[in-house]
Design a binder for this molecule. Structure first.
Ligand code: PA5
Ligand code: NI
Length: 186
């Protein structure tokens, strides 16, 4: 059902939307097949299966011509050196999307099947995903990283695309900062 014109409050400190819609919690066990080191991933699942990120949505439905929003909060951490991240997805119909950095320090990794792009995300940065670029978010800091996403309601989430094609590069915690390693090095 469509929603009426409305005001939606976002609380930058709490990373919440009011009135709130559905909330999604992704634990380590939900990220199967995404980390380079499968054994380390299994161990992390066995060691308490931590929450890696959560997504709170407004009440705007994911329906064609609507414009839903959500706030993702990724916890700081790494598994065998690979920084904690979202699953990543492609929009089946190749629609664009924007993210707005709210708190913490992250990155927006984009992959079009050939090229990889990286946008450093700090509070106030708008990251733009053009049509056809799969996207994944990574927490590169030591506190939670939160961002607002605004996307076409009919965009959808193709997670299988990332499992099949990867994201071009992996994002690791290096000695002096973030390091990138090609998927071809797996
Ligand atoms: O619409 C988006 O791209 C975001 O809201 C993501 O869905 C969110 O960050 C979670 O990532 P993923 O859907 O890849 O698990
Ligand atoms: Ni998206």
């Amino acid at each position: 059902l469509p929603v009426p014109p409305m005001s939606i409050r976002f609380d930058p400190a709490g990373g919440t939307l009011q009135p709130e819609g559905p909330t999604l919690t992704r634990r380590m066990s939900d990220l199967e097949g995404l980390f380079r080191d499968h054994a380390a991933w299994e161990q992390a699942v066995a060691d308490g299966d931590p929450v890696v990120y959560s997504v709170v949505s407004s009440r705007v439905p994911e329906v064609e011509r609507e414009l839903p929003q959500s706030i993702t909060t990724i916890q700081p951490g790494s598994t065998a050196g690979e920084l904690w991240m979202t699953k990543g997805h492609q929009h089946p119909n190749h629609q664009g999307e924007i993210y707005l950095g709210i708190s913490g320090h992250g990155g927006l990794l984009m992959f079009n099947g050939t090229e990889t792009e990286w946008v450093d995300m700090t509070p106030g940065t708008i990251g733009y995903m053009p049509p056809g670029w799969a996207h994944r978010s990574i927490n590169v800091g030591d506190e939670p990283y939160s961002f607002l996403a605004v996307y076409p309601g009919g965009a959808g989430h193709d997670y299988g695309w990332v499992l099949e094609h990867g994201m071009g590069r992996r994002v690791l915690a290096g000695e002096t900062g973030v390091e990138f390693v090609d998927y071809s090095a797996d």
